[in-house]
Design a protein around this ligand. Structure first.
Ligand code: OAD
Length: 256
């Protein structure tokens, strides 16, 4: 793996435009459970209502029983509350400092890339701490959930509020998708996929597109995923550890 790390550090040194696609694994070392891991959010069995967690967080369920969905939005929020960026988020943010454009397309709803200092973050699945009204234009940011009632209502129009996240069955937010497509149209010199199961086409396709264009691709993940066989380099292990090793190898090269 050391040889691969050195090769990837060399590629990073030359790269001007870098894409990081990230998932729950990048925040695992901040103490946030992943979704599908052994202790993941979706591995708790059924909810109190006897339905899968994915169903509780679906658009159909939210429209039918918003109070039930809110119970699990609140559980998600308790998992994220007070958590800080870990070395993986910080290394990704620090890579911007040498004049590289580092685009982060994240499926995470925790805001930790921005807290670490990344400037070009595309939140594909939204942000849990941002609330919006289901009926009017009301929005609120940086909301603390413990002050909210079981079913929060809009202070402007009294309709139901929701977190600004993508529920199951919903399309990606148009702004985020357009931003991501515009970044992809400009192309990248290097594409990383970090800490994601790579289940969704919109996080798999940019990696496969890079492969077709002979752009080097790197996966950082302790497990195999559907893209493992396609990428140029597989760095097996925890994102924080590997990215710190990569940054060390890069700075050794930049100083040499
Ligand atoms: P998953 O929970 O499906 O996958 C987490 C991935 O992180 C797995 O591939 C793990 O092997 C890997 N992993 C675990 N610990 C790691 C570490 N320390 N370093 C690096 N990798 C590690 O999460 P996602 O792929 O992000 O969507 O799931 C995508 C979406 O599924 C989520 O955004 C969520 C869920 O449905 C919505 O809420 C809309």
């Amino acid at each position: 793996m050391r040889t691969d790390l050195i090769k990837v550090a060399e590629l990073l040194r030359e790269a001007h435009r870098v894409l990081f696609i990230t998932g729950a694994g990048v925040s695992a070392e901040s103490g946030i459970p992943t979704f599908r891991g052994r202790t993941g959010f979706f591995r708790q069995g059924l909810t109190e209502e006897g339905i899968p967690f994915e169903e509780a967080l679906s658009a159909t369920n939210f429209h039918k029983s918003p109070q039930v969905s809110w119970r699990y939005f609140a559980q998600l929020e308790r998992n994220l509350r007070g958590k800080s960026p870990n070395p993986a988020h910080r290394v990704i943010a620090d890579l911007e400092t040498s004049g590289r454009r580092v685009c982060v397309a994240t499926q995470n709803i925790d805001g930790l890339h921005q807290l670490a200092g990344s400037k070009y973050v595309i939140e594909l699945h939204g942000n849990l701490f941002r609330l919006c009204c289901t009926a009017c234009d009301y929005q609120a940011s940086d909301v603390t959930f413990d002050s909210l009632p079981d079913l929060p209502l809009c202070p402007a129009c009294d309709d139901v509020l929701r977190p600004d996240i993508v529920l199951y069955e919903e399309p990606l937010p148009g702004d985020a998708l357009n931003q991501f497509l515009a970044e992809q149209a400009q192309g990248f010199d290097l594409v990383f996929s970090v800490g994601t199961t790579s289940l969704f086409q919109y996080v798999v396709e940019p990696v496969l597109l890079a492969v077709r264009r002979h752009v080097p691709t790197i996966e950082i993940n302790p497990e195999e995923t559907p893209i493992s066989d396609a990428v140029s380099f597989r760095l097996r292990g925890r994102a924080g550890l590997i990215l710190v090793e990569l940054a060390t190898a890069l700075y050794e090269r930049e100083l040499a």
